[in-house]
Design a protein around this ligand. Structure first.
Ligand code: NAD
Length: 444
């Protein structure tokens, strides 16, 4: 089979590379010339564990190509994936201008039957808009072209940044929305290599597939905000959220996953998808009350660590040196979109703190938004030198078991504010640290 993947970001590059990995001929398209030039030299636009090796291997095998030219790639392909961004518009709804621009381009260049698949996260009704855009472009080309048949399909992506390759190669499920048997047959054939070990493919109508992606992310965001709400109450009431988490997680109906309290969700998906779903509902006369609360809790949660710091220092933060460990919104990615670190650092700077941060991979990306307002350390220990407090913002493995003797020696004051609950409160107290975390009352 021959496929095109349009949009070579976190989703498009992983999708294209994983299809190439199982032997399919893939062309990844992007409008960003620099991105494509870099990819030709083996330089990836994103950090994703294992991806670089996989890209190199498949380029060498001649199955993975990169281009800015949609014309050739789209000509005889069996399937074209649209994997461009769908950022929030000003009113919170998903902005479809990139998706529809690609649809137009496909209509202008396709030459035979193909399935046009939205892999981007798009609201219910988008596949119909994609179809209309393609039909319009085909009609403009004249009678011959307007006779070209095609199907649209929705195939939302559920990969997690940081574990994207595994998620793609061994998916919990593949969801495909289709409106014809022909499209179902093409999509089943395309995904067959990924189904061999019992990973399920679920076919459904297109609107349900489009909705499934939003419902999944909204549910995950809800779990996080719920747990953060519980954590905050635990702290007030003198309960330990880690104990509560284990206590509830052992109920199979609740489960142990994704119930860790922290400093709020971020990233390119949960915030925008929750907003977009609220907006879709509003536009259709329905109020997503739970999700509005999920958003509200999340906004507050991003300030929790700063508030603890401020309270500890009696509101006198001016001139304090603060070490920040972790900038990306979660470990194993360089994605800084909507990262809670940005809110925390903005507050620290506004309060007059001097910030020195370290992140294993996200510092170049962080520089785009933070510039020189903070100092970037060469490693986690340099960030600690003369620090009055350490804020643990992202739970990178590198930070999980530091040598606390060294940590204490480097810092001016032994204060740790742990936004991810990765340390043991009593152990740190025993060695002279003041330790604050989320959802556990400490005696300091
Ligand atoms: P991204 O910003 O990393 O990549 C999008 C790419 O599309 C960019 O490289 C951009 O240059 C390119 N592009 C824009 N317009 C184009 C055009 N007309 N032709 C060709 N290329 C074009 O975005 P992403 O994180 O990969 O997300 C893509 C979509 O997938 C979004 O809808 C997102 O919600 C969804 N999604 C993302 C994730 C994730 O973890 N990042 C997971 C699941 C779903």
């Amino acid at each position: 089979m021959k496929i095109a993947v349009i949009g070579t970001g976190y989703v498009g590059l992983v999708t294209g590379t994983c299809f190439a990995e199982v032997g399919i001929d893939v062309t990844c398209i992007d409008i960003d010339q620099k991105k494509i030039d870099n990819l030709h030299q083996g330089i990836l636009p994103i950090y994703e564990p294992g991806l670089e090796e996989m890209v190199t291997r498949n380029v060498e095998k001649g199955r993975l190509h990169f281009s800015t030219d949609l014309t050739e790639a789209i000509k005889d392909c069996d399937v074209a994936f649209i994997a461009v961004g769908t950022p929030p518009g000003e009113d919170g709804s998903a902005d479809l201008k990139y998706v529809l621009a690609v649809a137009r381009g496909i209509g202008e260049h396709m030459s035979s039957y193909g399935v046009i698949v939205t892999k981007s996260t798009v609201p219910v009704g988008t596949a119909a808009k994609v179809r209309a855009e393609i039909e319009k472009a085909l009609a403009k080309r004249g009678t011959d072209a307007s006779a070209i048949e095609f199907d649209v399909a929705s195939n939302p992506e559920f990969l997690k940044e940081g574990a994207a390759i595994d998620d793609f190669l061994k998916p919990d499920r593949i969801v495909v929305g289709i409106a014809s048997d022909r499209a179902e047959e093409v999509m089943r054939r395309l995904y067959k290599p990924f189904l061999l070990n019992g990973h399920p493919i679920i076919f459904m109508d297109i609107p349900s597939a489009e909705m499934t992606k939003y419902a999944a992310n909204a549910m995950l965001a809800t779990k996080i905000s719920f747990m953060n709400d519980v954590a905050n109450l635990c702290e007030i009431m003198g309960a330990d959220v880690n104990m509560v988490r284990r206590g509830i997680g052992s109920d199979a109906r609740i489960g142990t996953k994704f119930i860790y309290p922290g400093i709020g969700y971020g990233g390119s998906c949960f915030p925008k998808d929750v907003k977009a779903l609220i907006k879709t509902a509003q536009e259709n006369g329905y109020d997503m009350q739970v999700l509005r609360a999920v958003e509200g809790v999340n906004e507050n949660q991003k300030s929790v660590l700063f508030n603890k710091l401020s309270q500890h220092f009696g509101g006198e933060l001016r001139g304090l040196k603060i070490a920040v460990w972790g900038l990306s919104f979660k470990p194993k990615t360089d994605d800084m979109r909507e990262a809670p670190s940005l809110v925390i650092i903005e507050k620290l700077l506004a309060a007059g703190c001097i910030v020195m941060a370290y992140d294993p991979v996200a510092m170049p990306e962080a520089r785009h938004s933070l510039g020189d307002t903070i100092t970037y350390a060469k490693d986690e220990f340099e960030a600690l030198i003369d620090a009055d407090a350490l804020l643990v913002v992202t739970e990178w493995p590198d930070f999980r078991a530091p040598n606390f003797e060294v940590v204490g020696r480097l810092m001016k004051q032994k204060n740790i504010f742990d936004g991810r609950n990765i340390y043991d409160a009593s152990e740190l107290k025993d060695i002279g640290f003041v330790y604050h975390c989320i959802g556990i009352k400490t005696d300091h």
